[in-house]
Design a binder for this molecule. Structure first.
Ligand code: HEC
Length: 266
């Protein structure tokens, strides 16, 4: 009987950990780990990178992938087949660089195809140069400076829209004007609502994807795994609301870019 109980508990713990692991995976897959763009929207140009330590990074484009490749030790890289969204090893795909399709995070599109035939077929209608992964990465790196300039301009506009979104949704009522803080929160651990330009904020919200998670769910996956942290949250009079369904798409992305612009050591 005792043994059966132990087996039961063991299986239960195993199932719970697998579930926790899969939801964490799901969250990590939702937004580009670098720029926080929606990976469902960019599923046809998505990448999955496995780093040397075994952890995974999800990106929206070859632009964000090239940035990670330039900084980190990466093992396997998979890319979506542009025609179906199936994830394939980059060593096996053909690329079309510079077709008439709109680029993601770049002025020049770099699309991956599962076979040469598919790539050539697509080229007939849309143009572009046929190459492999190395060729496409080289093109992404060549375009990097120009694309960064374009993206900085885009982010600037997004930031302005994000401020409007923050004001319209009364974020400032709790986080202070421009997120500068100064609002009390009796019962909470610190006694106040975090400011968006504080050092603690920089530590907590260390990626745009995490910011999106916090805004949509009112908590982060990491917080929910820490019972002490959740107990502190329960004791506070004011809680961070979950904005899922209220703020989404472009508005959510703009809001995140606005808050990121206020964050220290961006
Ligand atoms: C009712 C008050 C209230 C409103 C309105 C509110 N927040 Fe919050 N927010 C909080 C509280 C309280 C916390 C701290 C949560 C915690 O640590 O458990 C928080 C935390 C956060 C954090 C994480 C800060 C950190 O240092 O970990 C972000 C990001 C954030 N809020 C963004 C927003 C945005 C964006 C809006 C508007 C769309 C908003 N908040 C509206 C109360 C509020």
């Amino acid at each position: 009987m005792r043994k059966r109980g132990t087996v039961f508990i063991f299986s239960f713990v195993l199932i719970v950990s697998v579930l926790a692991w899969s939801t964490q995976e799901a969250l990590a897959q939702r937004w580009c780990n670098l720029c926080a763009m929606d990976l469902q929207k960019y599923r046809l140009t998505k990448y999955i990178l496995t780093l040397a330590d075994g952890s995974k990074r999800y990106t929206c484009s070859i632009h964000c992938t090239a940035i990670i490749l330039g900084k980190q030790d990466v093992g396997e890289v998979k890319v979506a087949n542009y025609l179906t969204g199936d994830m394939i090893d980059v060593r096996k795909v053909y690329y079309l660089v510079g077709s008439d399709t709109k680029g993601v995070m770049s002025k020049v599109s770099k699309l991956a195809f599962v076979g040469k035939h598919e790539a050539l077929e697509f080229r007939r209608g849309h143009g572009g140069e046929l190459t492999d992964f190395d060729g496409a990465i080289k093109a992404a790196n060549l375009d990097m400076a120009e694309d960064m300039k374009m993206l900085r301009e885009k982010v600037k506009k997004m930031t302005q829209l994000g401020r409007v979104v923050a004001e319209a949704n009364s974020c400032f009522a709790c986080h202070g004007t421009e997120g500068k803080g100064g609002i009390q929160n009796p019962g909470s651990k610190t006694g106040y609502i975090p400011a968006w330009n504080s050092e603690e904020f920089t530590r907590h919200m260390n990626s745009k994807a995490k910011l999106k998670e916090m805004i949509t769910a009112g908590v982060t996956e990491q917080m929910t795994k820490d019972p002490g942290r959740m107990a502190d949250r329960d004791k506070a009079r004011l809680k961070m609301p979950a904005w899922k369904g209220f703020i989404k798409g472009k508005e959510l992305h703009a809001l995140v870019n606005y808050i990121w612009s206020l964050r220290q050591n961006k």
